[in-house]
Design a protein around this ligand. Structure first.
Ligand SMILES: [Zn+2]
Length: 233
């Protein structure tokens, strides 16, 4: 009798073990299939671009010869670029959408921007700024890239070429930099587009108009399109 009970128990245990193994293998198969599906989706996903309007809030950035505030021009151009990219199906994000910087102090603000960029891992980030110089005759948009970044240099080149098209007098060339905080501390390609000199009256006046800012935004977007096309080949 005892022998029979032992046999029955063993049989039940074995059955349980078989059911358990079968369930586990099914679960494993589903997990693998789900994984394949997710990676498939990732491959189809549009690349992300981050636009970074410099300054904001109590930090106006450069003040133009005509009173223009750099922070406002940076924001308007960045939002315009975002819209152009979105219309073309490219996912675009901005580090700020209002006249507020990301933290109280400048150091914390820059740190927060770097963190946002590194966390999201975009294929390209374009930080939008305006320049200023003691010689008022100096003008022309110019793009900076981190000196050790081949991708940054490439993206900067495409944007600089597009800038040259909107102002044939602009003979400025892309420039490598190894000191800017944003360029040094980001883990993905970042370029800084200085879209014009607020110390030059003509350029500062142009940058105050919607029409000219749209031209500038169009040029940056054109450079971004070319870069995405080149790296996704
Ligand atoms: Zn600036």
């Amino acid at each position: 009798m005892k022998e029979k009970i032992r046999l029955a128990l063993t049989a039940v245990l074995l059955m349980g073990l078989i059911v358990f193994c079968w369930k586990m293998s099914e679960k494993l198969r589903t997990t693998i299939e789900e994984g394949q599906e997710t990676s498939g989706k990732a491959a189809e996903k549009q690349p992300l671009v981050i636009l970074d309007p410099g300054h904001g809030g109590k930090d106006p950035g450069k003040i133009g010869i005509n009173g223009a505030k750099e922070k406002d021009i940076n924001l308007q151009i960045s939002l315009e670029i975002r819209d152009i990219l979105s219309e073309e199906g490219i996912e675009a994000d901005v580090t700020r959408t209002t006249d507020e910087r990301l933290a109280d102090s400048q150091v914390e603000d820059l740190r927060a921007r770097v963190e946002m960029i590194n966390e999201n891992g975009p294929c390209l980030t374009v930080s939008i700024h305006q320049n200023s110089y003691s010689d008022e005759s100096v003008k022309g948009a110019q793009v900076f890239y981190f000196q050790n970044s081949e991708e940054g240099e490439r993206a900067a080149g495409y944007i600089q070429n597009a800038f040259a098209k909107i102002d044939p007098e602009n003979t400025k060339q892309i420039k490598a930099n190894d000191t800017y905080y944003l360029l040094k501390n980001t883990e993905v390609p970042v370029v800084i587009a200085e879209c014009g000199f607020l110390s030059n009256y003509e350029e500062a006046e142009n940058l105050m108009t919607d029409e000219y800012r749209k031209k500038v935004a169009g040029a940056v977007a054109e450079g971004i399109f070319k870069y995405i096309e080149a790296v996704s080949r």
